[in-house]
Design a protein around this ligand. Structure first.
Ligand code: PLP
Length: 400
C-alpha cells in the first residue's frame, strides 16, 4: 500500500470565486484582452504566465479543473481535453512522429486500440500489441524506434492489472515514455507514484460520475503539458480538443464526491463479485483473491478506495449475455449501456460493443469471451437486495 492520497490533496485545494464564492467563477469568454500590445506579443512567444490568450489554449475554469486533477494524480501539471480520446490521441501524436513505434497492451479500450491499429499507420506510426502481464513479451517487442509504452492500469474489459513499477523500469531502461490510462482506477492507484511519465483519464467515467459530460485529462510534467499547449507545435493547441468551461466547472464540482463514490463503487463491486464466485460463475474482479494480479493491485494501492467499480461476468455466449442484460434492465437493476462510473449499474457485452473494434480472432486470443458482460457497479444503497434480484435473473435465464 502506498501512502499517497490524492483525495486529501483535492480536499486541501482552496479555489474562491470572483466575489468570494465557494466555487470558482466560470469563465465565459473565448478570448481575453491584453493591457498592452507587447504583452500580447510576448504571450504568443510562449511567455503565457499569468495571461490568457485564447480559450483553446487555456481558460480559468479549465485550469482549475486541471489543477485539481494534477493534485489527485500527484503530477506537476495537467491539461483537460474535450474527451478521453482527445487526451489519448493528442498525447500519442505529441510523442510519436513518422517512423516511430509504440508497444501497447492488447487489452485496452476499443477506441484506443482502433486509433493505434487503423489510424496511426497512416502516419507511419506502427504499434505492436502485447500481453502486458508478460514483461518478457513487452521487452521483446521494444524496437530502436519505439517511443511509447502504453497500457491501462486496469484493462478494459478484462480487468488485467499492469505492473506499473516494472513497466516504468522497462521504459526507463529503453528511454521510452510510459503512458498509462488510469480511467478504471482513480484514487485507488496513482500511476505517477509508481514511475509513470504520463497519466490519462477519461473524465467521462468515474471522475465526473454523472454520465452527463464527455471529457479527458493528461496529467504530466509541466514541460510535457507546455509542449501539448505550444502555439506552434502542441497537439492540444493545434488539434483543438478543447473542453468547454461550463463543463470543466461542473466536472470540478462533481469531482469533490469522488472519494466517497469510489469507496461505495468498490464495496458494491466486491460484494457482487464474491457472490457470483460463490455461485460458481466465472467472474473477474481484482479484489478477489482468485484474480491473478490481486496481490499486485494491493501492492500498488493508495488510500482506502478499494479495487474499483468494474467487474466482468462471463456467461459464455452472447445470446445468454443479451438475455440476462435485457432482463436485468427490465427489473431496474441497471441500464444496458456502455460507459462506466454512473450511480446506476451499467452493463454491456464488451465483445460486441466497446471492444468490437478488436477482430474476433484477437478477442479469442486475449481471452475475451463473447459472453463477457462488463458491469460498472452502481452506488446501490442495499447491494444485498440487488444481488438477490440479480440472482433471480440468473435463475430465470438458466445460468444458475
Ligand atoms: N479509456 C478508457 C479506459 C475508456 O473506457 C474510454 C471510453 O470508454 C476511453 C478511454 C475514451 O474516453 P472518452 O469516451 O471520454 O473519449
Amino acid at each position: 500500500m502506498q501512502d499517497f492520497d490524492g483525495a486529501e490533496n483535492i480536499q486541501n485545494l482552496q479555489f474562491f470565486g470572483e466575489f468570494g464564492g465557494v466555487n470558482p467563477s466560470i469563465s465565459d469568454s473565448s478570448t481575453y484582452t491584453f493591457l498592452s500590445a507587447k504583452t500580447m506579443a510576448d504571450t504568443f512567444d510562449g511567455n503565457t504566465d499569468g495571461c490568457y490568450l485564447y480559450s483553446r489554449h487555456s481558460s480559468p475554469s479549465n485550469l482549475y479543473l486541471a489543477a485539481a486533477l494534477a493534485q489527485m494524480e500527484g503530477t506537476e501539471n495537467a491539461n483537460v481535453t474535450a474527451s478521453g480520446m482527445g487526451a489519448i490521441t493528442s498525447t500519442l501524436l505529441q510523442l510519436c512522429k513518422s517512423g516511430n513505434h509504440i508497444v501497447a497492451s492488447r487489452t485496452i479500450y476499443g477506441g484506443t486500440y482502433a486509433f493505434m491499429k487503423n489510424f496511426m499507420p497512416g502516419l507511419q506510426i506502427e504499434t505492436d500489441f502485447v500481453n502486458i502481464t508478460d514483461l518478457k513479451a513487452v521487452e521483446a517487442a521494444i524496437q530502436p524506434q519505439t517511443k511509447v509504452l502504453f497500457c491501462e492500469t486496469v484493462s478494459n474489459p478484462l480487468l488485467e492489472v499492469a505492473d506499473l513499477r516494472a513497466l516504468s523500469a522497462l521504459a526507463k531502461k529503453h528511454g521510452l515514455k510510459l503512458v498509462v490510462d488510469n480511467t478504471f482506477s482513480p484514487l485507488s492507484i496513482a500511476p505517477q507514484m509508481l514511475g509513470t511519465d504520463i497519466t490519462i483519464h477519461s473524465l467521462t467515467k468515474f471522475i465526473n460520475g454523472s454520465s452527463d459530460a464527455v471529457a479527458g485529462v493528461v496529467c504530466a510534467s509541466s514541460d510535457f503539458i507546455n509542449e501539448l499547449k505550444d502555439v506552434n507545435s502542441g497537439a492540444c493547441m493545434l488539434l483543438g480538443p478543447t473542453l468547454d468551461s461550463l463543463r470543466a466547472a461542473s466536472i470540478l464540482k462533481n469531482m469533490r464526491t469522488l472519494p466517497i463514490r469510489m469507496k461505495k463503487h468498490s464495496e458494491n463491486a466486491l460484494y457482487l463479485a464474491e457472490q457470483f464466485e460463490k455461485e460458481g460463475l466465472t467472474v473477474k474482479y481484482p479484489g478477489l483473491k482468485s484474480h491473478p494480479q490481486h496481490e499486485l493491485f494491493r501492492s500498488m494501492m493508495m488510500g482506502n478506495y478499494g479495487f474499483g467499480g468494474l467487474l466482468a461476468l462471463d456467461v459464455k455466449t452472447v445470446e445468454k449475455a443479451n438475455e440476462l442484460m435485457e432482463l436485468m434492465q427490465d427489473e431496474n437493476l441497471g441500464y444496458l449501456a456502455v460507459s462506466l462510473g454512473f450511480y446506476k449499474t451499467l452493463f454491456s457485452a464488451s465483445g460486441t460493443s466497446t471492444s468490437s473494434e478488436i477482430p474476433a480472432d484477437e478477442q479469442v486470443e486475449m481471452g475475451l469471451s463473447p459472453g463477457l458482460i462488463r458491469m460498472s457497479v452502481g452506488l446501490d444503497h442495499d447491494i444485498e437486495q440487488t444481488y438477490q434480484k440479480m440472482r433471480n435473473c440468473l435463475v430465470r435465464v438458466g445460468i444458475l
